[in-house]
Ligand binder design. Sequence first.
Ligand SMILES: *Cc1c(COP(=O)(O)O)cnc(C)c1O
Length: 355
Amino acid sequence: MTKAAAAPRGVLHRWAEILPLSDKTPRISLGEGETPLVRSVHLAGLCGLDELWFKLEMCNPTGSFKDRGMVVAVAKAIEEGAHAIMCASTGNTSASAAAYAARCGIDCFVLVPGGKVAAGKMAQAIAFGSKIIEIDGNFDEALNAARELTARHPVALVNSVNPFRIQGQKTAAFEICESLGDAPDILAIPVGNAGNITAYWKGFGECAELGRATLHPRMYGFQAAGAAPIVRGEPVREPHTVATAIRIGNPASWKSAVSARDESGGLIEAVTDDEILEAYRLLAHKEGLFVEPASAASIAGLMKLGREGRIRGGRAAAVLTGNGLKDPDTAIAQYRPDVTKASATAESVERALGW
Ligand SMILES: *Cc1c(COP(=O)(O)O)cnc(C)c1O
């Protein structure tokens, strides 16, 4: 018997028709995209929703949605002759860039805010062999430096200011419409540099134009209270939050996030770290979903609106952007471990269990 070769997978293969690819774009892939859409069993009611669906973007190859856009950005950079890429990152962009660079045999330079990147994300950048520069400053300052460096040197910038990132990330909206048979009433999403809310809004717009959806969702974006420049209407100089992936004080895609909010009749609001951590614990305890704190911001936001009576039924999809394994320190600090020691005998384990 001959073995069937696995069908080609990945965003460039699956979504070629809606992406700006040419014959010369290398069809690279780490198997990104086509992530599960899983229905909530416990939290929908707390949010005042009839249906809540989780888009598990944490199931991408490096554990966050960043892969969906990075694969397009890296393929286009290689098509245009680049031998190196650079990004500023709160952690997940660098993990993703480093993975695709390793895969494609090009150099990767990552600028991270010193001491502010979760351990798992640092481990990834290290494992994939990227050159890591720890900046004595925050993400916004690192991004400014990266923009200037990539203007001066032959290195492609792969932050979400790169339009190919947005193109790739919009494919998640297509997948949600395909899975649900239409767009949801509400799309809930954490907002950091605001590339992803921009990408989803673009994607849902294209779905409607192409007849793949009959409605446009209201876009509900959530920022951490200590890093909520769009909510406050001015940049935050010293952003702080436990949700390090959205610890951003001056989002690059600010204007397009505001357009997504206003054109969709949606909102962008702030949730406190306590609210984020409550949602973080509930997602794990009640839904079996271990996400990183930033991902819990969208659920924290929906729960807050639900409590305030501002959601009355309907169907929402929430983007779970990153995997909980990326930030083990927050997990160990926030979940109360239920651990008892015992000897390696059935009797001893019975005693430990109180049986
Ligand atoms: C990058 C990231 C975000 C924020 O996305 P933006 O496009 O910067 O708004 C949220 N959650 C996780 C896990 C991320 O990695």
